[in-house]
Structures are given as structure tokens and as C-alpha cells.
Design a protein around this ligand. Structure first.
Ligand SMILES: *[C@@H]1O[C@H](CO)[C@@H](O)[C@H](O)[C@H]1NC(C)=O
Ligand SMILES: *[C@@H]1O[C@H](CO)[C@@H](O)[C@H](O)[C@H]1NC(C)=O
Ligand SMILES: *[C@@H]1O[C@H](CO)[C@@H](O)[C@H](O)[C@H]1NC(C)=O
Ligand SMILES: *[C@@H]1O[C@H](CO)[C@@H](O)[C@H](O)[C@H]1NC(C)=O
Ligand SMILES: *[C@@H]1O[C@H](CO)[C@@H](O)[C@H](O)[C@H]1NC(C)=O
Ligand SMILES: *[C@@H]1O[C@H](CO)[C@@H](O)[C@H](O)[C@H]1NC(C)=O
Length: 713
């Protein structure tokens, strides 16, 4: 509205009833595509407004900005004004005999702004425009302007007016624009504007008008635009607005003190109505039922808690509706059912716990929608533009919003999958005498491999939904595929964590208590591994048992991994994911760090006793490996612990962080584990060397295996 106000003085007349150009969408294209204007070509949504002309007629780059409602009306007026300006090329000489000395005069217009005037100065009677802006005029007496029968424009902004007598504007039959902004007007007397039968613009913003009595606007039979922004109006008299101002199109009541909208206060004449920044708590049933010409309705920033189900039923021409920033508790499923012409719907900052496709399905012409959360966008799959455009993980177009992520998901998938597969094969071909250890390593690799598989699936679905993710988002998150890959990732990460802990503990017992002769037998190892997989499986499937407690545990975001939490998450689900990521995993991490520390300490002690060279170098090697194992664990898990801890404080975690953690950090461990636990161990390298040599020599000489204690570290 500010823009409009600053441009308003330029607009000389604009009463023509305006036809609003109709939207281009005609519904001939399949879902996810849009038509090229009047051509019968359909293009995928991705190409809409991408800055490049894809339709032959360029229609795909039109309507990119949401200018439904009043901006469109305003454009129409602007272009009408442009035509008029052409004819105005006349002389700039002053044509008036009398005007105050310091003021400017050209043609029949006088500019007396900022002259410190305390009263209205005398001017020739045939003046057409009088600018008295930024002066110190306090009152307007009866008949003060009655001589100026030709006056069309009167500017009185930013004066000290507090009293306007009832006949102050008498005789101004030709006045088209009256600006009274930024004064101290407290009340308007009934009939004060009664001679202004040509008035089209009445601008009364930033005053202190608190009450409007019936008859205030009587006589304003041409009034088109009424601006009462930033006053203190509490109530509007019923049944007088359109009676007194039959051509009223725009009514701006932003920033007033309206509390209740009674039924039939606003009537059928109004096209644009702004009630932004009032204190409206209640809109009575039928309050808008007569407004069948309404095109733009702004109810944002009020205190509305509930909308009656039939509130919008008669607003068949409505193109723009703004109900953002209201403490609305819920939205009826059929609230918007009859708004088939609606093009823009703003519901920013509104929680919609009961959101459903049904709510928006009848809004066939809707092209712009604004929500509090990106997740809601998937419930309006036919809408071309939805804000917010991304939750950091996914965007309106793609499952993975970030192009880097879209590439790296494949890289990580390959590294993780093939690295682990390679180790599994290697371990199978090269026989070691410590088969328990090999079993554990293979098992760890299997778990890590699942992580690679999960990333492959993610990458594949990202490609599948490319360019139109929003259309599939909801189905995807509720699909069994999402649940499956999500639970695989969960299984992988939990089994991997438990395996690492188990292997560490085993080594710990071996080294720290060397004389206890603790060695897990084959059967024992098998049992432990089965138990670990069983436990991992159990942890993974628990959320499927009770939908009431866990909701859709895995399908809460595009990557199907339950790391991110928000306010709509069920308590059960939140508690569960916290107890896993911040409980079980943290415990495992602490155990690993502790075990390696005391292992290292113990080796160091024995080393100091023997004080041999070889022991020293061995110690350095152990230290290096110890550092890398704990370091990668820390790299992987500390961000996750932090993320979970922060999420406990109810702070909003950007989805970008979650997606990077899920696609980069979480798989790091899985990708590095085969390297750390197999490829870098000296025993493995030695054996590999021997294996290659023996193959080369083809000699059947049995090689002696040098059993190296390192293998157990
Ligand atoms: C809205 O959609 C209906 C049905 O598809 C169509 O007939 C009508 O012309 C559209 N209105 C506008 C303003 O686009
Ligand atoms: C589409 O509209 C343009 C101008 O609006 C017109 O020149 C053109 O002939 C129309 N094309 C078709 C196929 O109707
Ligand atoms: C009127 O006069 C003031 C100050 O003298 C000047 O700033 C302003 O631009 C003038 N307005 C017009 C429309 O010429
Ligand atoms: C305006 O009125 C004065 C006399 O008051 C007259 O001299 C002048 O010609 C008039 N100008 C026009 C454009 O009618
Ligand atoms: C309305 O009032 C608010 C606060 O009182 C102020 O910030 C805003 O600029 C005013 N709006 C206009 C258009 O003057
Ligand atoms: C809706 O209202 C909000 C708050 O007043 C405003 O920020 C937003 O720009 C409006 N949206 C539209 C599309 O008019």
C-alpha cells in the first residue's frame, strides 16, 4: 500500500470499472506441467520461470511474480494514466493572478508545500491543484474552499489539522483527490464530504479517527479509493458504506483497531479490502457474504483464532487471500472450497496440523501459495509456486535441494558400497587364522554396505522425481520405499555402531588383560554377531509397531532418516530418536574412546618396560591407528550428537545441516571403516603381498605366516 500511496497523487482519475485479466492456466495440461499461453504445448514445471524462454511465445516467463489482486488492478490504472500523460504537453507558465509569493505556480496549479503556513492562503478562484503539504494549518473553516470551483486536487498532508468543520469542503464539486494524511483528525462529521460528488481518492491515513458515524461519507458518489490506514477505527457502521459510496472499490483499513467484523458490514461494492494489522478476533458468520465482487482480501496480522466454515463461500471472484500471521488453530477441510478463482493464497506462519490435499484441491486456478513450512507444499501439488521453496533438504523441484548433494550422494554411495564389497571379497579369499576377527569385519562391512545401498536409492529417487518433486513428495514420504530405505539406513548405522563397540571391547580385553586368555570362540562370536544384528533389526522396526506413538517415523523428510525433529513430531518418536542417537550411540562412542585410551596406555606401559626399538615403532603405528579410528568416529558422531542435543532445546535446525549430515557425515564412517579396519592393517597388507608373490612365483612353497600381534589392534 505504501507504493500505492506514493504514486497516488500522480493518478488523476481512474474510475473506470476495471476488468481483471484472467489467468493463463486453463487446466489442459497434465499435473506437473503448464501450458504455453494460448498454444497447445505443455512443458514441465521445472521450465516455468527459469529465466530462459522455453515456449515459442515466451509464455513460460510470464506471470513469474505473484501480482494477483491489487497489484494487477494497479498496473491497469498505471497504464491508463500513461495514456493520459501524452495529451498533457502544454505550457508551463503560470495562468493564475493571485497566489502567495513564496509558492510555485505553473499552469493553474500552486505548490505551497513546506512554507510554514498557518492558514489556507488566498489563491485565484480558477486554481485546479493546490498543494499545502507540510505546513502548520490547524483548522479548516466553513466554506474556506468554496471559491475554488475548478479545484481537482487538494493536498493537505502533514499539517496540524484536528478539526474540520462540516462545511469546510463545500462547493468543491470538481475535486477528484483529497489528501488529508498525517494530521490529527479525530473525528469526521456526518456530511463533511457531501459536496465532493466527483471525488475519487480520499486519503486519510495516519490520523486518529476512531469512529465512523453513518452519513460521514454521504455524497461521495464517485469515490473509488478510500484509505484509512493507521487510524484507530473500532467499528464501521453497517449498511452505509456502499450506500454512501456506490463506486467504492478499494477500502484500506490497515492498522486500525477493529475487533469484530459483524455480519454484512462490508458490502458488495468493494473489490479490494485490507484489514491487515487490526485486532480482529472474530469474524461473524456471513460477514463477507455480500462481497461478491471482492478480488483481494487481506486479513493478515490479526488475532483471528477461527474462521467460520462458510466465511468465504460467496467470494467467487476472489483472486488473492491473505490470512497470514493469525493465531489460527486449525483450518476446516472445506474452508476454501468455492474459491475457484483464487490465484494467490497466503497462509504464512499458520500451523495446519490437519493439512490435507482436500483443502486445496478445489482451488483450480491457484498459482501461488505461501505456507509456514515447506512440508505443507506437498499437499498442494497442483500449485505452480509454493513458498517456502525448500526445507533445506528437498526443494519444490528436487528431492535433494543442493546440486552438490545431488552429485555427492552418488560419490558417497559408490565409495561406501564398493569399498565394503571389496573388503568382504578380500576377506573371503585371503584366509587368516583369526577367523573370528574376519567374521566381525565382514559383518561390519555388510552393515556399512547397507548405508551405500541407502545412498544409491536416495540418488535414484532424486533422479526419478527430478524437476517435480513437490508433486510426489507426499506420496514418497508415505511410501514403503521411503520407510524401507530409511530403516535400512537406521539398521546400518546402529549395527555399525554396535559392531565397532564390540570389536573394540574385544581388543580391549585382549590387550589390557593379556593373561586372562580371553578369546571369543567361533560359536561365541557367531552368537554375539547374531545378537547385534537382531538388536539392530529390533531397534529399526520398533517404530512400525505403533503409529499413534511414532507417527511416520522415517518419512518425516525427503531423505527418510529420522534425524531432524520439529514441533509436529510425536513425543514418542522424538524420545525414541533421542534415546538412540544421544543415548545408545553416545554410550558406544564413549566406550570406544575409553577403551582405546586405556589400550594405548597399557601398551605404552609394557613398551616402557621392555624399552625395545621395535616396540617403540609399533607404539607409533598403534597411536596413529588409534587416532584415526577415534577421529573418524568423532567426525561422524559428534555432529549428530550436537544436532540431537540442539534439537532438544526446541531450536529450529536448518534442514541444510540435516541433509549434509545424512549424506556426507553419516556415511563417512561406513566409507572409512573398511580402510581403517582392513586395508591399513599391516597383517592384511603383508598377506596381500605374500598372496601376490606366491601367485607370481607359482611355486607351491607354503608361505609362513608371520602372525603379528598388530592384527588384534
Ligand atoms: C479458473 O478456472 C476455471 C475452470 O478451470 C476457468 O473456467 C476459469 O476461467 C479460471 N479463471 C481464471 C480467472 O483463470
Ligand atoms: C496467441 O495470442 C497471440 C497474441 O495474444 C496471437 O497473436 C496468436 O495468434 C495466438 N495464437 C493462437 C494459436 O491462438
Ligand atoms: C513543491 O514544492 C516543494 C518545495 O518547494 C518541492 O520539494 C516539491 O517537489 C514541489 N512539488 C511539486 C509537485 O512540484
Ligand atoms: C483565471 O482567472 C483570472 C482572473 O481571476 C483570469 O485572468 C485568468 O485568465 C483565468 N485563467 C483561466 C485559464 O481561465
Ligand atoms: C503506520 O504506522 C506504523 C506504526 O505506527 C508505521 O510504522 C508505518 O510506517 C505507518 N504506515 C504508513 C503507511 O504510514
Ligand atoms: C500477506 O500479508 C503479509 C503480512 O501482512 C505480508 O507480509 C505479505 O506480503 C502478504 N502477502 C501477499 C501475497 O499479499
Amino acid at each position: 500500500m505504501l507504493l500505492l500511496l506514493s504514486l497516488a497523487p500522480l493518478l488523476l482519475s481512474a474510475t473506470e470499472s476495471l476488468m481483471i485479466p484472467s489467468n493463463l492456466d486453463s487446466g489442459i495440461c497434465p499435473l506437473g506441467q503448464f501450458p504455453c499461453g494460448n498454444l497447445s504445448v505443455c512443458l514441465p514445471q521445472l521450465l516455468h520461470c527459469n529465466g530462459h524462454k522455453d515456449c515459442a511465445n515466451g509464455a513460460d516467463e510470464e506471470n513469474c511474480v505473484d501480482n494477483s489482486g491489487w497489484p494487477k488492478l494497479f498496473d491497469t490504472i498505471q497504464s491508463a494514466r500513461g495514456n493520459r500523460k501524452m495529451q498533457d504537453e502544454e505550457t508551463h507558465e503560470c495562468m493564475l493572478d493571485i497566489y502567495p509569493e513564496p509558492c510555485e505556480c505553473w499552469r493553474r496549479m500552486v505548490n505551497c508545500s513546506s512554507q510554514g503556513l498557518h492558514s489556507v492562503p488566498p489563491v485565484s478562484s480558477n486554481v485546479t491543484a493546490l498543494n499545502l503539504k507540510d505546513n502548520k494549518i490547524k483548522t479548516l473553516h466553513d466554506g474556506i474552499f468554496s471559491r475554488y470551483q475548478d479545484l481537482e486536487k487538494l493536498l493537505l498532508q502533514n499539517n496540524e489539522l484536528h478539526d474540520i468543520s462540516r462545511l469546510a469542503f463545500s462547493g468543491l464539486f470538481k475535486l477528484k483527490m483529497l489528501f488529508l494524511s498525517q494530521n490529527r483528525i479525530r473525528s469526521l462529521k456526518a456530511g463533511v464530504f457531501k459536496d465532493l460528488r466527483s471525488l475519487e481518492w480520499l486519503i486519510l491515513d495516519n490520523n486518529q479517527v476512531s469512529k465512523i458515524v453513518p452519513g460521514t461519507f454521504s455524497g461521495l458518489e464517485s469515490l473509488y479509493f478510500l484509505d484509512m490506514l493507521n487510524n484507530s477505527i473500532r467499528e464501521i457502521p453497517r449498511n452505509s458504506i456502499c450506500e454512501e459510496m456506490p463506486h467504492l472499490n478499494w477500502l484500506d483499513l490497515e492498522g486500525n483497531q477493529m475487533q469484530t467484523i459483524h455480519s454484512s458490514v462490508f458490502q458488495e461494492c468493494i473489490t479490494v479490502l485490507s484489514l491487515r494489522r487490526n485486532n480482529i478476533r472474530k469474524i461473524r458468520k456471513g460477514a463477507l457474504s455480500q462481497m461478491n465482487k471482492l478480488v483481494d482480501l487481506d486479513l493478515s496480522m490479526n488475532q483471528i483464532v477461527e474462521l467460520s466454515p462458510s466465511l468465504f463461500t460467496n467470494l467467487r471472484d476472489l483472486q488473492q487471500l491473505n490470512i497470514s500471521f493469525n493465531p489460527l488453530q486449525h483450518i476446516q477441510p472445506n474452508q476454501f472450497d468455492l474459491l475457484s478463482n483464487l490465484q494467490s493464497l497466503n497462509m504464512e506462519d499458520i500451523e495446519i496440523p490437519n493439512i490435507h490435499n482436500r483443502m486445496f484441491s478445489s482451488l483450480v486456478n491457484l498459482s501461488h501459495i505461501y505456507f509456514k513450512k515447506f512440508q505443507y507444499c506437498s499437499y498442494a501439488p497442483h500449485v505452480r509456486s509454493c513458498k517456502p521453496n525448500s526445507d533445506g533438504i528437498s526443494s519444490f523441484e528436487n528431492l535433494l535441494a543442493n546440486i552438490l548433494l545431488r552429485v555427492f550422494v552418488w560419490v558417497m554411495a559408490c565409495v561406501t558400497c564398493f569399498g565394503n564389497l571389496f573388503v568382504i571379497c578380500m576377506r573371503s579369499f585371503i584366509v587368516t587364522e583369526n577367523c573370528q576377527h574376519t567374521m566381525s569385519i565382514k559383518s561390519l562391512c555388510c552393515a556399512d554396505c547397507l548405508m551405500g545401498f541407502y545412498l544409491f536409492c536416495l540418488g535414484a529417487f532424486d533422479i526419478k522425481f527430478q524437476g517435480e518433486y513437490n508433486k510426489h513428495a507426499q506420496a514418497w514420504m508415505e511410501s514403503w520405499e521411503c520407510k524401507l530405505v530409511g530403516s535400512l539406513a537406521m539398521l546400518s548405522s546402529e549395527v555399525s555402531v554396535m559392531m565397532l563397540t564390540y570389536m573394540t571391547l574385544e581388543k580391549y580385553l585382549c590387550i589390557v588383560f593379556p593373561f586372562s586368555h580371553f578369546r571369543a570362540g567361533r560359536g561365541q562370536t557367531l552368537c554375539t554377531l547374531t545378537a547385534i544384528w537382531g538388536l539392530g533389526f529390533f531397534i529399526t522396526v520398533i517404530p512400525f509397531f505403533s503409529y499413534d506413538t511414532f507417527g511416520n517415523f522415517y518419512g518425516r523428510n525427503g531423505v527418510c532418516f529420522p534425524l531432524q525433529s520439529d514441533s509436529t513430531e510425536k513425543y514418542g518418536a522424538r524420545g525414541y530418536s533421542v534415546s538412540i542417537f544421544l543415548g545408545l550411540n553416545l554410550l558406544a562412542f564413549v566406550t570406544i574412546v575409553f577403551s582405546y585410551s586405556s589400550m594405548f596406555y597399557s601398551i605404552h606401559k609394557t613398551g616402557a618396560k621392555t624399552a625395545e626399538r621395535s616396540v617403540l615403532s609399533r607404539e607409533v603405528t598403534i597411536a596413529k591407528r588409534f587416532f584415526f579410528i577415534v577421529f573418524t568416529d568423532a567426525l561422524c558422531w559428534i555432529p549428530i550428537f550436537l544436532l540431537k542435543a540442539v534439537s532438544l532445546t526446541e531450536a529450529e535446525i536448518p534442514g541444510t545441516i540435516t541433509s549434509w549430515i545424512v549424506i556426507f557425515i553419516l556415511p563417512i564412517n561406513s566409507a572409512l571403516n573398511p580402510i581403517l579396519y582392513t586395508l591399513t592393517t599391516s597383517s592384511f597388507q603383508e598377506k596381500l603381498k605374500q598372496c601376490l608373490q606366491s601367485k607370481r612365483q607359482e611355486s607351491s612353497k607354503s608361505f609362513t605366516l608371520v602372525s603379528i600381534q598388530m592384527n588384534t589392534v
